[in-house]
Design a protein around this ligand. Structure first.
Ligand SMILES: [Zn+2]
Ligand SMILES: [Zn+2]
Length: 283
């Protein structure tokens, strides 16, 4: 049996831009492109990754820190963009129509030998999704911009060998910080972002024994501190490589190899009704 592994990196992570790379060594997908084309090319090049290996971009939601780089990058490399009609409408991107594809919650999309499955998440956007990506052996989750740890998140997180998990804000820093009250409430109000404490609780309670990598993602610039997050998670789970993704540079490329655990099965269709709201990024 051939050796199977996934190769992953957070090429950018934070309210100034998000881009997550998942590959099986031959084919690769990006979840979101929230940084400029040139920055993305430079970051991939530093990791020895070729844009030609990319087969698709999946779009989680329409906030600018997730879509800003999509039109230029997708056009340059002729990359199909998987995006739901609602997100497309509210994102208002000028994209080549021939490149636009769609996806539905809980329906796996084959991209070469990879399979990408979306599931709904609570977030202040028109039609937001998280994703899991598998090669049939290892599974990686991209879990950012999540208002609270819902049961679907718990389900999918507990089946991942590696996860990009949002750890957006420290509760006390947000409370005592200078953000206006309404913005504080948007962030912590259940349709904003996951706090450090929520991410830690999810990790310690629902981490599967086969998880090898945790990449803490989408840290707030003003209400969090990378060192604080690193210290919070380090030592909690021996055997798990814990990394804090940066808004300024790419993480290393991590190899994720499965250790004989099951592949996630899609859940029955379930989509909470989320009213379209602001399409601005906030952290
Ligand atoms: Zn975001
Ligand atoms: Zn967002």
């Amino acid at each position: 049996m051939p050796f199977m592994a996934l190769y992953i990196s957070a090429l950018a992570s934070g309210s100034n831009g998000n881009c997550y790379y998942i590959s099986n060594g031959h084919e690769a997908v990006l979840v979101d492109v929230g940084i400029a084309c040139r920055d993305l090319e430079q970051r991939m090049k530093r990791l020895g990754l070729s844009p030609e290996s990319l087969k698709a971009i999946f779009v989680s939601h329409e906030h600018s820190d997730h879509i800003r780089g999509i039109p230029v990058f997708s056009r340059k490399y002729g990359l199909p963009i998987y995006i739901t009609p609602h997100t497309l409408r509210y994102g208002r991107m000028k994209m080549e129509k021939s490149l636009i594809r769609s996806f539905s919650a809980d329906e796996p999309v084959p991209i070469g030998a990879l399979s990408v499955t979306a599931f709904s998440k609570p977030h202040d956007a028109a039609d937001p999704y998280s994703f899991t990506i598998t090669d049939g052996s290892a599974t990686v989750g991209v879990f950012t911009d999540i208002g609270h740890p819902c049961s679907e998140l718990v389900h999918h997180f507990s089946r991942c060998h590696a996860a990009f998990l949002e750890s957006n804000y420290d509760t006390e820093m947000l409370e005592k910080g200078g953000y206006p009250y309404y913005l504080k409430n948007r962030i912590r109000g259940g349709r904003g972002h996951l706090s450090n404490a929520e991410a830690l609780e999810l990790f310690t309670t629902h981490r599967p024994p086969f998880m090898t990598h945790l990449i803490l993602s989408h840290l707030s610039k003003n209400n969090n501190c990378p060192l604080l997050v690193q210290n919070l998670f380090t030592g909690v789970a021996p055997g798990v490589t814990v990394t804090v993704a940066s808004r300024f540079e790419e993480t290393p490329l991590f190899e994720i190899a499965a250790t004989g655990s099951p592949v996630p099965l899609p859940l029955p269709h379930h989509r909470p009704s989320v009213p379209p709201q602001l399409s601005l990024a906030f952290d």
